[in-house]
Design a protein around this ligand. Sequence first.
Ligand SMILES: [Ca+2]
Length: 268
Amino acid sequence: MIFLLLLSVFLRGASSSILSEDTPISFSFPSFAKDSCDNKTLICYGAIESSGALSITPGPPPNLPIRKVGRVLYGKPLSLQRSFIDTTITIKISRHQNYTDRAGDGMTFIFASDKNGPSAKGVGEYLGLQSSPGDKFPPLAVELDTCLNKNLNDPDDNHIGIDINGIESNPVNSLLDVDLKSGRAIQVRIYYNPDFGQLSVYAAYSGETLVKVVEKPINLSDIIPTPVYVGFTAATGDFLESHEVINWTFNSFPVPPSLKEKNLVMPI
Ligand SMILES: [Ca+2]
């Protein structure tokens, strides 16, 4: 019953656009139409390939230049500080056919405080995170890191971490059953529960059961601003790979105050 009530609240506000307070938001890209950048559905510092995938850095193979940054954001600013957030992406990261032993650097899902493009400082191990101008890091990002950088305390070249106002992750965990740069479709789910103050990230090869990789207790209202932009960044360095987003769904809705007081929330 509670779930139906929450679903009703969610659907009533699903068409909301620019927000001054948290209201339900829902959008989905089963694939990415060529005109999504031109019609401002997306803010693109990347490209949409003829296959319908979002190519954050130039690609797919064999066209993979080194030392590139890319960023694509959802076109509307959002208000998310007191909302449940449930977003799922399917990605594909592919090595260059001539450099199969050297790949990098990875991609992120970001909560950005502005819609600016990526800074040139974001190449390589900085994953395209900094914005231009000013080279400022976003307040929150989930990184999918494919290159070992010991200077940034990376555990290996295949891990997921949560980054707050910087590039070093805390927490960070290695992926045991998924190879991020395998060239296979990988599903990543990011879920935030404001009632428990918990951000969780799940991953699995597409079609397989999602497994929780990292989780962090946070109060989102202390970390992200309103409005905030959501989307993706990626970077190559001296090593290279392609970073594609195949599809993306995003849902959020605020906790109704009366239900929050009674600790009645939607189950994951
Ligand atoms: Ca790295």
